[in-house]
Design a protein around this ligand. Structure first.
Ligand code: SAM
Length: 234
C-alpha cells in the first residue's frame, strides 16, 4: 500500500495496543486536513469521542462529507454512540473542549509549523490536554537521499525535515520538560534492500503518560471554532 495508508494503519495499530486500547475513549486528530484518518478512528469501537482540528477551514468544509454516517454504519451498528466534533483551530492553542483527551494524533503536522507554533505546541499538548498517549509522525530527512531530488524538502510547505537525531532530541526535550511522559520511537516505510542505514521514510514518536498530576488548570479558553458537531448513533 502507499505510504500514507501505511501511516494510517500504523497509527491505528498503536492505538489498538492491548496496554491502553480500552483506555482510549476520546481522541483528538490535530492537522486532520482532509479528514482521511477519520475512518480509521471511527472503526475503533472503544473510542466514543473524536475531535478533528485543522487550521484550514476550507479544507475541513470541503471534506465534511467524510464524517457523515454511511449506509453501512446503519447496518453494522457501533457498540456505543460516537460524538464527533470538527473544529477550526491551532495545535498550539489550548481549548477547554480538549480536556480529558486520551490520545492526541498529529500525522505529518509538525513539519508544517513555524518555529513559534512548534515551540508552543508541547505546552498545549502536555500541559493542558495531557493525553495518556500522543503520537507524532514526520518525514525522516535521512531517507531523502534515496530520492532523485535530494536538495529540496518533500513538500513546498514543509518548514523543516528532521534527521532521526533531530526528531529524537525534540521529543526527548519534551519528556525532560514534562517528566510524567516517556517517549518511544518507531518508523514506517522501509526503503529498498541495502538502504537500511538511512532508516524508515516516516519517523514516529509515541509519548506515554505515566502518572496523573493533580494540578488544577486555571480557566482554559476556547480557542477553536466549531464547524460540525454530530453524534453517530449505535
Ligand atoms: N494529518 C493529515 C493526514 O494524515 O491526512 C495530513 C496533515 S497535512 C500534511 C498538514 C495539515 O496541518 C494541513 O491540513 C494544515 O492546514 C494543518 N496545519 C498547519 N498548521 C496548523 C496548526 N498550527 N494547527 C493545526 N493544523 C495546522
Amino acid at each position: 500500500p502507499p505510504l500514507f495508508r501505511q501511516r494510517y494503519s500504523a497509527v491505528q495499530q498503536i492505538l489498538l495496543n492491548e496496554n491502553w486500547k480500552s483506555q482510549i475513549k476520546k481522541v483528538v486528530d490535530f492537522g486532520c486536513s482532509e479528514l482521511n484518518f477519520f475512518k480509521y478512528l471511527k472503526h475503533l469501537y472503544d473510542v466514543n469521542e473524536i475531535i478533528c482540528v485543522d487550521i484550514s477551514e476550507d479544507t475541513l468544509i470541503d471534506n465534511l462529507f467524510k464524517v457523515h454516517p454511511l449506509t453501512v454504519d446503519y447496518l453494522k451498528r457501533r457498540p456505543n454512540q460516537l460524538k464527533v466534533d470538527i473544529l477550526v483551530g491551532n495545535v498550539s492553542q489550548p481549548d477547554a473542549r480538549l480536556l480529558g483527551t486520551d490520545a492526541v494524533i498529529a500525522i505529518e503536522l509538525i513539519e508544517h509549523l513555524y518555529p513559534d507554533t512548534l515551540e508552543a505546541l508541547p505546552y498545549n499538548i502536555f500541559y493542558y490536554t495531557k493525553p495518556l498517549l500522543a503520537i507524532f509522525t514526520t518525514p525522516n530527512y535521512e531517507f531523502n537521499s534515496l530520492f532523485p531530488d535530494t536538495k529540496s524538502f518533500r513538500h513546498t510547505d514543509h518548514k523543516f525535515e528532521w534527521t532521526r537525531e533531530q526528531f529524537q532530541s525534540w521529543a526527548l526535550n519534551i519528556t525532560t520538560r514534562f517528566p510524567n511522559y516517556t517517549v518511544q520511537f518507531d518508523g514506517i516505510g522501509l526503503g529498498p534492500e541495502g538502504s537500511e542505514s538511512v532508516g524508515y521514510c516516516t519517523q514516529v514518536a509515541i509519548f506515554l503518560k505515566h502518572s496523573d498530576e493533580e494540578e488544577q488548570l486555571s480557566e482554559v479558553p476556547r480557542s477553536c471554532r466549531e464547524i460540525l458537531t454530530m453524534a453517530i448513533l449505535n
